[in-house]
Design a protein. Sequence first.
Lengths: 342, 252
Amino acid sequence: MSNQAVPHPSFGGPEPDSVAREQVKTAANPLLGFSGGEGADTAFRFAMLACAVGVVALLGLIVYQLVTGSQLSWHTFGWKFFGSSDWNPVEDQFGAFPFIYGTLVSSFLALAIAVPLAVGVAVFITEMCPGWLKGPLSFTTELLAAIPSVIYGLWAIFVMVPLLRIWVQPFLARTLGWTGFFSGPPYGIGMLAAGIILAIMIIPIISSISREVLTVVPQNQREAALALGATRWEMIRIGVLRNARAGIVGAIILGLGRALGETMAVTMVIGNRPEIAKSLFAPGYTMASVLANEFSEATGDVYLSALIEIGLALFFVTIVVNAMARLLVWSVTRGLPARSNA
Amino acid sequence: MGVEIKVEKINAWYGKTQALFDIDLDVLANHATALIGPSGCGKSTFIRCLNRMHETLPGARVTGRVQIGDLDIYKGTSATQLRRRVGMVFQKPNPFPSMSIYDNVAAGLKLNGFSNRKQTDEIVETALKSSALWDEVKDSLHKQSGASLSGGQQQRLCIARALAVQPEVLLMDEPCSALDPISTGKVEELIFQLKSKYTIVIVTHNMQQAGRVAEFTGFFLLGRMIEFDKTERIFTNPSDKRTEDYVTGRFG
Ligand SMILES: Nc1ncnc2c1ncn2[C@@H]1O[C@H](COP(=O)(O)OP(=O)(O)O)[C@@H](O)[C@H]1O
Ligand SMILES: [Mg+2]
């Protein structure tokens, strides 16, 4: 759901797909006539290899399409594209800064809200919760991840936004208004709403991966801390969290990766205005949302190309962020400390 | 200084299974006392009742009375307080891998809220010297992680970590079983020296080891303490037939 804006028909979405399928089909055919033996084994290995190559080829094709599609915009605006705030389709002026800003602010806001909650839930489940509650609790948190993002969006519009407008925002304005981050008219819809809905959406992934990482911390680390006279909380801090921190950072980055690319729910509540405001009450726009909203009505070549360039930037950032996170999580669950020195 | 330990009628359970039956034991201060017996007879369970680690396992339960120095440990004493006075060394070395050698040794001090840098330096040095590790690590105290040491060094680091909080009792659960003979020799020598300052209770499955380090030995079988006496007597002239079978069976 995070990349739904990318495979737009006008830059050849279906092709890579069918290429991959074609490869799989031809490679897998010999398998059908076999009942066993070495031949089947070879064919199977070949089929698997073809699948693997197909996936890589698919990735390559997407990059290729994005790069060629964004050439026009790149040549027209150069690096200025990422720094300019001018988004004016009528005059063919395009600057992506408000979208980049909106994506970053909403995602980091989401992390700020989600991380303490998600890690707290993970710690509660692995370290404190009575046995009978563990299963149901992890099951429920994980189920949250399965809810389609449009449902989150609907819930946000009908439940969360009114709550924000009537209770939360006036309260924040009264107490923290002086900081400048919580001022202006409380519409409900805006950056804050986007951050909160994103936070809710990334809590399951952060907490389930953190939980996995916490579970692989050896019991003897907990005992080492306890035997030194640690209280339960101190034991969790030095015996558990400290050992798991690389993995938890990985989980957080994975959550960030999801938040960066999330489209539907954000589009529904962020306000969709390419503005940069200090106040979190103000509306904003994200890279994913602008793609979803404007692709179908992008008429000019430069307009389309500018959107594809935003897509390329988003693609690049999410790939890098996810790769980093996977590596961190992988290094921890394999028992190799990502860093052994304190 | 070490303190004496008086154990009266300790019973322990894992869920519904009883693992210890009516254990009584008096441990003399500033001596080493060894606990021997076949695998699964309850040695670890017993030693973990002395610093209330047993009860940290889900479903585990203890009854009885244990007096350590002036603490009646199952009555009116908090487990954390107790564990700061009763150090423990585990079978498998368990240094904190994400901490430097120095931070490992200082971990217990930090938990006590101790933050005087200069004094901490001194205590860390003393602890590492008492555990005979100082010379090997003094140049990389802050650079090397606890996990980068060899198994024998890790175990001595764990001993230093336990000693740094200046406990009165040191519990050791088969501290050498994961070590090579040379490291084992070092740790045994260490135990011998540490007796002057601490009361030591050591679980071992190695009877020669009990003979080398401990003045007193208790023999466990199926969750009961069959016999407790001077080590020499346990090995040469035990009063219970089962002790004799175990001791001679292993030697012969
Ligand atoms: N965590 C545990 N859960 C359930 N039973 C246990 C647990 N640990 C030990 N036991 C049982 O308690 C008995 C005593 O074990 P233990 O004290 O570890 O023996 P030893 O250290 O002498 O080898 C054994 O029968 C063992 O199976
Ligand atoms: Mg044992």
